[in-house]
Design a protein around this ligand. Structure first.
Ligand SMILES: [Mg+2]
Length: 311
């Protein structure tokens, strides 16, 4: 079984790879691979000058955010995090203390969700790369497919903080400290994913490339449409100044922001909550019959793209 992927140049490439693999692969297209015994596994790669720059965050944060980004995919399927392996590529002259600090950061991110580092690999290369593999177990595995018309679209935490930090960093301005915290030390919502799964989540995905894009994947996988009310989005407090700077409505800014690692879930119509496992949760829209994502801001319907790695 393969879960249909959403639109975009990165996913066009993945579709070509899927076709090339044919029967050599199975079960592609979700946040994790689902293995026998309830095991879930995923890999996430963090590359210097693509996902981070050294001048922006310290080595511990480089390790933390690489591990959290991977652990977030366990959260997205409702799995409990158990084990983490880190493939680390670093220039030959990288000080050992810096490597140790990166791994300590990765270990702390794993520990923050109850997992631990169980192995990895270290090799020399031109730039820093952290390839993080995570394994966990799901009692109620949740896929991207499964949303039904009438379900509510719910999002954990606040959106747009990591993007607010990123724009400031790219401009060479000091970011809002609250935004930098979101960028440098994102929290994988593992406990929240488990709780949502137990509460009957029908489909779920994590926000690594922006809410709008992630909802596009959820809609495509579930063969449904999604309507989001921008006025309901939980916008991170750091967003307003950065959104004004580039002339975007704050809700659009937040919906385009990647790397917040919050969860988006399609929950049954009767689901109601203000928090899940200690984190606020907000209903931002509904699942409808049809296709695609319609995003309403101030009475207008906007199409909002996420971050495309190959755009
Ligand atoms: Mg994901």
């Amino acid at each position: 079984m393969t879960t249909p992927l959403g639109p975009g140049p990165e996913f066009d490439r993945i579709r070509i790879i899927e076709r090339a693999l044919g029967s050599l692969a199975s079960g592609l297209g979700d946040d994790c691979a689902f293995l026998p015994g309830g095991w879930c596994a995923s890999t996430d790669v963090s590359v210097e000058d693509v996902h981070f720059r050294r001048g922006w965050i310290d080595p511990e944060a480089i390790g933390w955010r690489a591990a959290s980004g991977a652990l977030s995919d366990l959260a997205a399927v409702g799995a409990r995090a158990e084990s983490v392996l880190v493939g680390l590529v670093a220039p030959a002259d990288e000080p050992a203390e810096a490597l140790a600090a990166m791994m300590r950061g990765a270990g702390e991110a794993a520990a923050s969700v109850g997992a631990r580092i169980v192995g990895g690999d270290l090799t020399a290369g031109r730039e820093l790369v952290l390839a993080v593999t995570v394994m966990g177990r799901a009692v109620h595995p949740v896929r991207r497919a499964g949303a039904r018309p009438g379900d509510g679209i719910w999002v954990t935490g606040m959106l747009g903080g990591a993007r607010a930090a990123l724009l400031a960093l790219l401009d060479g301005r000091p970011p809002d400290p609250r935004a930098l915290g979101r960028f440098a030390r994102p929290m994988a919502r593992v406990a929240q994913g488990e709780a949502l799964a137990a509460a009957g989540a029908r489909a779920m995905i994590d926000v690594s490339d922006g809410l709008a894009g992630e909802l596009g994947h959820l809609a495509a996988a579930s063969a449904v449409g999604v309507e989001v009310d921008g006025g309901l989005l939980p916008v991170h407090s750091s967003v307003f100044a950065e959104a004004a700077r580039i002339g975007e409505p704050p809700a659009v800014f937040a919906a385009r922001g990647g790397e917040d690692y919050e969860l988006v879930a399609a929950m049954p119509p009767d689901y109601s909550a203000t928090e899940v496992a200690g984190v606020p949760i907000t209903k931002v829209g509904v699942v409808v019959a049809g296709t695609g994502v319609r995003f309403r801001v101030g009475g207008r319907v906007t199409v909002v793209g996420g971050f495309n790695h190959f755009a």
